[in-house]
Write a protein that binds this ligand. Structure first.
Ligand SMILES: [Zn+2]
Length: 132
């Protein structure tokens, strides 16, 4: 079987259609299935990864995504957001001695946050973006 890769524009349209039709989608796997169903109306050989659906939905501001996570064992490293690929920023608190201490990291693009132990995303809930 030959798999074909849809373009970003096709994926974005499919995400919009899937959200319009289904409203809140309670997992990334479900979201990907729905997007694939939309895409395959155009080409039955289309295939797409869960990660590509998530990143395109966030990058194009198509969905509000609630991220559930569990605390992992590894220490969090500053840098790229594991959810959307954006940059994470340090969360700091003032100390009583007048300095600051980092207590976690947050991504302003998608809202992912983590403490000093790396928070592993386990579930994503997608809902259509409310008109602002
Ligand atoms: Zn992010």
């Amino acid at each position: 079987m030959v798999y074909r890769k849809p373009t970003d524009t096709e994926v974005v349209d499919a995400i919009k259609d899937a959200l319009r039709r289904h409203g809140v989608v309670s997992s990334q796997r479900k979201m990907t299935e729905l997007v694939l169903r939309e895409l395959r109306r155009h080409d039955p050989d289309y295939s797409i990864s869960e990660e590509r659906v998530r990143r395109l939905a966030l990058k194009n501001d198509l969905a509000d995504v609630v991220i559930h996570g569990r605390e992992g064992r590894e220490k969090t490293k500053a840098g790229a957001c594991p959810v959307c690929g954006g940059k994470t920023k340090r969360l700091r608190n003032m100390t009583v001695y007048g300095g600051t201490v980092t207590f976690g990291y947050k991504c302003n693009a998608c809202g992912y946050w983590t403490g000093l132990k790396h928070r592993v995303p386990t579930l994503y809930i997608f809902s259509p973006k409310k008109p602002s």
